[in-house]
Design a protein around this ligand. Structure first.
Ligand SMILES: [Zn+2]
Ligand SMILES: [Zn+2]
Length: 271
């Protein structure tokens, strides 16, 4: 199996990650990567608990590192922009479009903070109607794809994060699958590259990366492309479980992924 030597979904101390951008770049170089992307959470004024508050400093530092290490690795300057966040700044090489919030008349709730927070969102935001909650989540996914045309659609299936630890909603239902497929069809038309994101596996929430096998198959039928990412919040988790992600894709009949090579996405055979 040929694994990509490139990872575009990483976080640093500029947002909620633990390593500096330089430590991330050096770790990628140590692993023999040709390309690494740093994708800090773009500023969200209504919740600064995990986003960046100094985007200018972030871009300046990444530009410095990009030049400093240019002969050893291609550093790609990214941003993970939330559906409720801002637009695409001119400084970025790529963006990841993600949904981390429910925006309801009763307030905003986190999608992925904890099962308790998800229950609060369900009760207070949607009056206990889980179908409405599922619909709202996927409507936001389609929105962020329409609005940003992101190079990568972030953790498409984030709503399943707590599925293995007693989620208050049933994300294994046919209703959920149908809503996810409808959103996939709309998203893939404008943003056809989805990630196989192992972040929740690294952090002990899930046994497999997002999205589910069933949704991967549905996405492939729609002509989607996949890219392997780690959503690493520490430099040591770059490339986390890429081998497992590649095995899953191969088992589902997908023999190649997209890989960022310098400034371009190239098709990369896993075989
Ligand atoms: Zn995210
Ligand atoms: Zn992320």
């Amino acid at each position: 199996m040929r694994l990509p030597k490139s990872d575009l979904h990483t976080h640093t101390v500029f947002c909620d990650g633990k390593g500096t951008p330089e430590a991330t770049v050096l770790e990628a170089i140590a692993r023999g990567y040709h390309t690494v992307g740093i994708s800090g959470h773009a500023y969200t004024p209504f919740d600064t608990s995990f986003c960046m508050t100094d985007e200018a400093g972030y871009f300046a530092e990444l530009r410095r590192l990009k030049a400093l290490y240019a002969d050893r690795i291609s550093l790609q300057i990214g941003l993970e922009i939330d559906a409720l966040g801002g637009g695409r700044p001119s400084e970025v090489d790529y963006v990841i479009g993600s949904v981390h919030y429910f925006d309801t008349p009763s307030g905003r709730f986190d999608v992925d903070r904890s099962p308790e927070e998800l229950l609060r969102a369900l009760s207070l935001g949607y009056g206990g109607n889980e179908h409405a909650m599922i619909d709202a989540y996927f409507a936001s996914v389609v929105d962020v794809c329409d609005r940003l045309r992101p190079e990568i659609v972030g953790h498409f299936d984030l709503l399943t994060k707590f599925e293995e630890m007693g989620s208050p909603i049933n994300t294994r239902s046919e209703y959920y699958y149908g809503a996810a497929c409808d959103a996939l069809a709309a998203a893939v038309r404008v943003a056809p590259r989805l990630e196989i994101n192992s972040g929740a596996v690294a952090r002990g929430y899930r046994s497999e990366a997002y999205p589910s096998d069933r949704l991967i198959s549905a996405a492939l039928e729609l002509g989607a492309r996949f890219i392997l990412t780690s959503d690493a919040h520490t430099p040591g988790n770059i490339g986390y479980a890429f081998e497992r992600s590649a095995e899953r894709l191969l088992a589902l009949g997908c023999t190649s992924v997209d890989v960022r090579f310098g400034d371009a996405f190239l098709e990369h055979s896993l075989l």
